[in-house]
Each structure stands twice: as structure tokens, then as C-alpha cells.
Design a protein around this ligand. Structure first.
Ligand code: KG4
Ligand code: ZN
Length: 364
């Protein structure tokens, strides 16, 4: 019987302030509480996350979120074994706010501190929700991230490829803005696409000619802008049908690109580990029905199991940070007051540094 571990987790690397309490025992993992304060309305007028506004809002909400998470979990600080906090990558002001808050709690209580990579939190989530074994292939697709990872251990990741510019969620959000649809763009573009004809506007399939696992989404959004302007120049405006057809064409391109690159990543992964054929996805974009169905299909064709955690643990949350903290803590990780907030922090230390930094922060 291994020791039961109860950790508080904090997350503040982008535009969600979150705290959670997670417990792991021999019987499994239980999320005792997961509190998330989103900041969407604070940033909506600016068309993107404003780092200074985000940092201030995190500072204001962190204490409350910790208090609410402890109360909802029915525990006190004395019941905890450690505090886990996102120490990067992300918007530096927000990451700093979380790290300072965690350090304060640890200094006051003597609890151990565990710094967690935000991307490791996403990547380990399928173990928290579905108890899957290492290794597995992971596709992270959100507003800030897009990468294929082979997850071998809580601190052992290989990056097979990722976006060289925008993340897909970012592209959905930009397309929604270009078409006057509400934010976040993913759900509104998906709803329009369901009513549209995907063959009317033929969008590019970037990087499909390249035999690697890298992706690109910024050209797609430019193609959509051109197609939109073409219709406006011709007819003087966009009808509802035009908008739906543009969304359908765009979404189909994203679906095809993600599916093709997953096929590629899966074949590389399965060459190495045909004995453990598992694909997991996380990130807000995995909520998209067409994308999810296409990825599931690719996994099924390759004979691989497909795991997609419930949406509230796919999008940014602190339960994934507390859980990653548990695995790292079990592996012996202890941080101290010198723990640094890192705007960039690639998971794969041997991989090349990524270029560019998205609207929602560094893509690491
Ligand atoms: O994981 P997440 O909550 O935050 C981070 O970016 O880390 O993902 C949010 C992103 C947004 O860009 C949103 O537009 C996108 O996920 N999204 C979707 C859908 N639902 C959310 N994209 C496509 N289709 C959806 N149904
Ligand atoms: Zn995230």
C-alpha cells in the first residue's frame, strides 16, 4: 500500500485562475475540488488576452480560489501533503502570481512545494481521469498549444512535432472575429460549420506535403480572410449561408490537417511501441465534434485506443497541476523558495526551441 497523497494545485499561466485539491490512493485518483475563475469578459473588448490585465486578475482571485477549493474539498491546509503550482510556460505575470501564492502557503505551513510545467499537466491528465499506463501518444490542441508528445513518465516527454505558428484554437478565434461571430471562436465556428457546405471555399492544407509532424495554421486564417473579402467585393456583404460555408471550409481544413498529422505521429509512435497503442487528446479544441471524430477514426484505423478526458479537465484547470504534482512528488521532486517562474519551458529538453509566441503566450 502506497501512501495516500493529497495536493493543492494552482494554475494561473494564461486567462484562468484555478485551484484544485486532488487525492491519490491505491484505489485511484479523486478530484476533491476544482475551482476555475475565467477572465474572458475582462479581455473580450481587446480581442485577445492582455497580459497585464490577466496578471492583476490572477493576483486578485488566487486567494479566493484556494479558499474555495479547500472548502469544497472539505480539507484544511493541515490535510495536504504538498502544494503544486504551474511554474511555466505562460504569461510571466500570471505565472509569477501563482508561484508567489504557492510559496507564501508553503512558507507559512512548511508544506513542500512542487513546480509543475503547465504542458505536463495537460499531458498527464489522461492518467488522472482514465488511469492509462505509460507510454502513450498525446495530442495537445488548444488556444495556446498544439503538439504531439510521446509521454513516457511524469518528467519524460519526446516531442514529435507541433505548430510552427498559431495554435488551432487561436485560428478558430481569429476566424470568428473575421466573420463577426462570438468568442470563444471554436464553438461558434463549429456551430456555423455544421450548417455550411465545406466544398464551396477550398482552403489550403498547410504542411501536408511535408513528411513530419509539424503543423501550421496561420495561412489558413489568411486564406479565409481572402475568401471572405472576395465574397464581399462581389456581393457587397456576407449572407448567413456565406458565413456558414466559410466556417465549414475552414473547419474541414483543420480536421484534415490534424487527422493527417496524427496518422503520421501515430505511425512513428507505433514503430517504437506497437505493444501500447494508446492515443490521448487534451485541450479546448478537442471539444470540437468533427475534430474529435476524425482523430478517433485515425486511432481506430491504427488499432489504437483513444482517450479524451472530460472537457473540464481538457481545458485549463488546476486539478491537472495538482495531479502532475502528485506524480512528480512521488518521484522525489521538491522545490524551494528559489523556484523560478518560466515564460518558456519546453517539455522535451532535447527538442529544438519553438519559434514564435502566440496570443496566449509562448508555445514552448
Ligand atoms: O484549452 P483551452 O481552454 O485554453 C488554452 O488555450 O489553453 O482552449 C481554448 C481554445 C479556444 O481557442 C477555443 O476557441 C477553442 O479552445 N475551442 C474550440 C472549441 N471549443 C473551444 N475550438 C474548436 N471547436 C470547439 N468546439
Ligand atoms: Zn493550457
Amino acid at each position: 500500500m502506497t501512501k495516500a497523497l493529497t495536493l493543492l494545485g494552482l494554475e494561473s499561466s494564461c486567462d484562468d485562475t484555478a485551484a484544485a485539491v486532488v487525492r491519490r490512493t491505491d484505489a485511484g485518483t479523486e478530484v476533491l475540488a476544482s475551482v476555475v475563475f475565467g477572465q474572458a469578459e475582462l479581455h473580450s473588448a481587446f480581442g485577445g488576452v492582455v497580459p497585464e490585465i490577466a496578471a492583476r486578475a490572477h493576483t486578485e482571485k488566487l486567494d479566493t480560489s484556494v479558499q474555495q477549493a479547500l472548502e469544497a474539498a472539505g480539507v484544511t491546509l493541515a490535510d495536504l501533503d504538498a502544494v503544486a503550482v504551474t511554474a511555466g510556460p505562460g504569461l510571466i505575470g500570471g505565472v509569477l502570481a501563482g508561484v508567489m501564492c504557492a510559496k507564501g502557503i508553503c512558507a507559512a505551513t512548511g508544506l513542500p512545494l512542487v513546480g509543475v510545467n503547465h504542458l505536463a499537466g495537460h499531458a498527464l491528465t489522461p492518467r488522472m481521469t482514465d488511469d492509462i499506463a505509460f507510454p502513450y501518444l498525446m495530442l495537445l490542441v488548444s488556444g495556446g498549444h498544439c503538439q504531439f508528445l510521446v509521454v513516457r513518465g511524469p518528467d519524460d516527454f519526446s516531442r514529435l512535432g507541433g505548430t510552427i505558428d498559431d495554435a488551432p484554437g487561436e485560428a478558430f478565434d481569429k476566424v470568428a472575429r473575421l466573420l463577426g461571430l462570438p468568442q470563444p471562436g471554436g464553438p461558434s465556428v463549429e456551430a456555423e460549420a455544421a450548417k455550411g457546405n465545406a466544398t464551396r471555399f477550398r482552403m489550403p492544407r498547410p504542411l501536408l506535403d511535408r513528411d513530419d509532424c509539424n503543423l501550421s495554421f496561420s495561412g489558413l486564417k489568411t486564406a479565409l480572410l481572402r475568401a471572405r473579402d472576395g465574397v464581399i467585393a462581389e456581393k457587397g456583404g456576407l449572407t448567413r449561408a456565406d458565413r456558414a460555408d466559410l466556417c465549414a471550409g475552414f473547419q474541414e481544413a483543420v480536421v484534415e490537417v490534424l487527422a493527417a498529422k496524427l496518422r503520421r505521429a501515430l505511425s512513428i509512435y507505433l514503430e517504437e511501441r506497437p505493444d501500447v497503442p494508446t492515443v490521448a487528446v487534451a485541450g479546448g479544441v478537442a471539444a470540437n465534434g468533427a475534430i474529435r471524430a476524425a482523430l478517433e477514426q485515425v486511432a481506430a484505423e491504427a488499432g489504437a485506443a483513444f482517450v479524451a478526458p472530460p472537457l473540464r479537465f481538457c481545458t485549463d484547470n488546476a486539478a491537472m497541476i495538482a495531479y502532475a504534482g502528485i506524480e512528480l512528488f512521488e518521484g522525489g521532486q521538491r522545490d524551494d523558495m528559489t523556484l523560478a517562474a518560466r515564460p518558456r519551458w519546453p517539455l522535451d529538453r532535447s527538442g529544438p526551441a519553438m519559434l514564435g509566441s502566440g496570443k496566449k503566450g509562448a508555445k514552448a
